[in-house]
Ligand binder design. Structure first.
Ligand code: FAD
Length: 447
């Protein structure tokens, strides 16, 4: 007989791992299994070399509306609280200054309006508007070499959590396995999911398993699996790879630039690495690629499964990529990965943050970077911002471009609630207990 679980989670990145933690520690679900195709937990986008390590609160991300920032903020506070509670020695995170920098009259006006009139100053009480002198105190290299008459303004906060999402995923798994009933299968790919009506059969390289409910948290592959099961018809993906450039000791914390309007990708920023503050990372770049995972040729075919080569997908791509802001941006980003030429082309992005940076100061970080599965709405023929969830009968699919790592515990909380509803009246999610272990430890300004 195949082994039977109440819940199976497909994918052991930060999304799957945080859900495993939520259901194992805060519900009465007794048997849950997580399957991860790689030998390690969080080997793909959640690995610390593959993303920007930012805990996005929505305070310095100038592409977020106030509504989006409110939504993301709670997710970030849940994770920040978890880190404060479980990582006192800062092995999986560090906490530094974080700011978004406006340069010149136009950008300064934009940032002032955002802070004073649009409600961001009220929503984020720790966010301060600071001028040239204070910017210089916190980040001397941001000011060095600039025209003294050029106006500078930054929105700065002490909530600059820099997170190793891979280590954090492992911590979630450890916490879950400290309870009975959480099985974790690494190096075990789920090859097929079949809805039997009375539960799911889950085929893997280790044999077949059964489960009453399933959550697919397989990054870009979630949509591929969803489509195989007849879900996600009006969706496709624009996979956007991100690379990083490294420099020595340029910044003390995180410095974002203002977001280019209409772009769903985070603005290029500079920040000190989570584990080594003498390394400054600049990026990410945004290169459109026909693959679901970075450097994995085998995922090119997976991309075409998601793309489906139908008229709606092709028209959506044509519409998105012909945009007069997106197209030049996409073309420029293609160059950044070309050896030598790429470095030269990327340098102005670094100089926006550190004006005195020179070509020899930066190196492309080999082997760094992941792929963001930007969601394409094939009905609207447009890009969707942020993550997507497809909820089916006793099954959920999560597709998680940025800020998917920041909001992992909020997504886990919502999914844990849905999963107990799937399983029936005998099951409950202890949201109060979950909040007390996580957001309950987030340091408020008055504390
Ligand atoms: C360049 C870049 C910068 C980013 N910066 C940030 C940032 O600063 N802050 C932020 O919050 N987010 C950021 N993100 C987004 C963030 O990395 C993702 O949202 C997050 O890692 C998604 O986690 P996940 O667990 O959903 O997916 P993943 O980490 O991709 O994990 C999915 C897992 O599923 C596994 N899997 C897939 N198919 C199967 C299968 N069939 N069977 C078993 N296992 C399977 C994979 O091996 C993988 O381990 C960034 C992303 C990129 C690429």
């Amino acid at each position: 007989m195949p082994e039977k679980y109440d819940l199976i989670i497909v994918g052991g990145g930060i999304s799957g791992a945080s859900l495993l933690y939520a259901v194992s520690n805060f519900t009465d679900i007794e048997n849950v299994a997580l399957f991860e195709k790689e030998d390690e937990i969080a080997a793909v986008n959640s690995h610390h070399t593959n993303n920007s390590q930012t805990l996005h609160f929505g305070d310095i991300e100038t592409n977020y509306t106030l509504e989006k920032a409110e939504e993301v903020k709670e997710g970030a506070e849940l994770l920040a609280g978890y880190l404060e509670n479980h990582d006192p020695d800062r092995e999986m995170h560090s906490k530094r200054s974080k700011m978004v920098l406006a340069v010149g009259d136009e950008e300064v006006r934009e940032l002032e309006t955002r802070y004073e009139d649009e409600g961001f100053g009220d929503l984020f009480p720790k966010l301060r508007a600071i001028g040239r002198d204070e910017i210089e105190e916190l980040e001397p290299k941001v000011v060095e070499g600039r025209d003294p008459d050029e106006r500078l303004l930054a929105l700065q906060t002490s909530d600059g959590y820099v997170v190793d999402y891979g280590e954090t995923s492992e911590s979630f798994v450890r916490e879950a396995q400290a309870r009975d009933g959480a099985d974790v299968y690494t190096g075990t790919k789920v090859t097929k999911l079949v809805d039997r009506g009375t539960g799911f059969s889950v085929e893997t390289a280790e044999g077949q398993f059964r489960s009453d409910a399933v959550v697919v948290a397989a990054g870009s592959h979630s949509l591929q699996i969803a489509k195989e099961m007849g879900y996600g018809e009006n969706m496709s993906l624009l996979p956007v790879a991100g690379s990083f450039f490294l420099a020595n000791d340029m910044l003390n914390g995180k410095v974002y630039t203002l977001q280019m309007k209409k772009l769903p990708f985070a603005a290029v920023h500079g920040d000190a690495d989570v584990h080594d503050d003498s390394i400054t990372r600049f990026g990410p770049t945004a290169k459109v690629v026909p693959a679901l995972e970075r450097g994995r040729l085998s995922t090119v075919g997976d991309f075409f499964d998601v793309f489906e080569l139908n008229a709606d997908s092709i028209l959506s791509y044509a519409n998105i990529l012909s945009d007069r802001i997106l197209l030049p941006y996409v073309l420029r980003n293609l160059v950044y990965d070309v050896p030598e030429v790429g470095k030269q082309a990327f340098l102005p992005n670094v100089q926006k943050v550190v004006p005195t940076a020179e070509i020899d100061d930066i190196e492309r970080a080999k082997g760094y970077g992941g792929v963001r599965p930007q969601i394409v709405d094939t009905d609207a023929k447009a890009l969707d911002m942020g993550e997507a969830t497809i909820a089916g009968d006793n099954i959920i699919f999560n597709i998680t471009p940025s800020p998917g790592a920041s909001t992992c515990l909020k997504n886990a909380m919502n999914d844990a609630q849905r999963v107990v509803e799937f399983l029936g009246d005998d099951y409950e999610f202890d949201e109060e207990g979950f909040r007390s272990e996580t957001i309950g430890h987030f340091p408020r300004l008055d504390a």
